[in-house]
Design a protein around this ligand. Structure first.
Ligand SMILES: Cc1cc2nc3c(=O)[nH]c(=O)nc-3n(C[C@H](O)[C@H](O)[C@H](O)COP(=O)(O)O)c2cc1C
Length: 355
């Protein structure tokens, strides 16, 4: 068994893509917007990932779907994750992902949600390794950037299917595997069984990323040391809590002040409004108020007050009234970020079809 003193600040690589730390920010639908990813990079994540993007949505040039392909200048290295069940369409979608500026294209073989699995995508592909391999091969053929796969342990409780399917996906062209060792049936109940992660690491010669229940530095180090994984992935633990990422990477476990919490939240609000527009952002942001202000940081009635507001400007006003000292921190944070045109790379013309 390896030493528990694992260096989270060590770099590693997926194919030619260097990843500066051993912490990866998880793809989360309804959460992993650009603002979340850029913040994750600032707090020590070595790699960030978009939420899963529908390959059918890309194929049909759905405007909202294409919005998920916008990459900011300061989020590299970045993976964009796609889901679908048709190899040719997935190859096409991967080309768009590459053209959009992603460093890695990630394939979702883990989503347990019925809306996705009933289309034959997500975790159901673990039950059809042949098709799963054809998808990986088609994607790997379509792009120059490395292809990675994220999967669950299998569909049903107790399944070990990831251990038979994983090596075949590598043979088909996957340059990295992420394992969330819960079954699809489990959804998010029970716990992630990282003994399977250790087994998978032994079976493949590509880096494995361990996902599931990693919320502290101690847990991250234990999982890295006992599994041999190249990196850990953090999802729910980072919701409204980028400070958890810093604690995991650097061991800097100081609780943020109220001013720091408000500064990060206000910056997050501003960036999300720019990204999604005020109308979509105001609904999208509501869950974040509870995430940021909870954990005993602010009284419950204050959170409830914010959640019923629709204008994000009013939310910002009340946050700043509760912690006026945050204003100077926000200025400082904004001064350190790329500005205006530097932020978002233009989508390639081809994404809009026609050309
Ligand atoms: C709200 C939410 C949305 C998620 N969306 C995705 C997704 O789009 N793609 C994916 O591969 N995994 C998704 N996941 C799974 C996470 O990436 C991660 O594997 C899982 O939450 C376990 O890690 P955690 O315990 O650190 O949260 C999602 C999880 C949550 C909680």
């Amino acid at each position: 068994m390896g030493s528990m003193h694992v260096d989270l600040r060590e770099s590693w690589a997926i194919g030619p893509v260097e990843v500066p730390t051993r912490l990866v920010l998880a793809p989360m639908a309804g959460v992993s917007v650009q603002a979340f990813r850029r913040q994750g990079r600032r707090f020590g994540a070595g790699l960030v990932c978009s939420e899963m993007v529908s390959c059918a949505g890309i194929e049909h040039r759905n405007e909202k779907t294409l919005g998920y392909l916008r990459v900011a200048a300061d989020e590299h290295p970045l993976a964009i994750q796609i889901f679908g069940s048709d190899p040719a369409a997935m190859g096409e979608a991967a080309r768009m992902v590459e053209a959009a500026g992603a460093d890695i294209v990630d394939i979702n073989f883990g989503c347990p949600v019925r809306k996705v699995t009933k289309t034959g995508a997500g975790a159901t592909l673990l039950d059809d390794p042949e098709l799963a391999c054809r998808i990986v091969a088609a994607v790997a053929d379509a792009v120059e950037i490395p292809v990675s796969v994220k999967m669950r342990r299998g569909l049903r409780d107790g399944s070990w299917d990831c251990l038979s399917v994983g090596p075949r996906l590598v043979e088909a062209g996957a340059r990295s595997l992420t394992l969330h060792p819960r079954s699809a049936q489990q959804m998010y109940t029970g716990s992630a069984d990282h003994r399977l992660t250790a087994e998978l690491v032994d079976l493949v010669d590509v880096p494995v990323i361990a996902s599931g229940d990693i919320t502290s530095r101690a847990k991250a180090q234990a999982v890295l040391a006992t599994t041999g994984a190249a990196a850990v992935m953090v999802g729910r633990g980072a919701q409204g809590n980028p400070w958890a990422l810093r604690e995991i990477v650097d061991g800097d476990g100081g609780e943020p002040t109220r001013e720091e919490v408000v500064a990060e939240l206000v910056l997050f609000i501003r960036e999300t409004v720019r990204e999604l527009g005020e109308r979509r952002a105001s609904g999208f942001l509501k869950k974040f108020y509870g995430w940021y202000l909870g954990r005993g940081r602010f009284p419950r009635p204050f959170k409830q007050e914010l959640v019923v507001l629709d204008a994000t400007g009013e939310v910002e006003r009340r946050l700043l009234a509760a912690a006026p000292g945050a204003l100077a921190l926000i200025d400082e944070l904004e001064a350190g970020l790329p500005h205006g045109d530097e932020i978002t790379l233009e989508l390639p013309i081809s994404i809009y079809g026609g050309g």
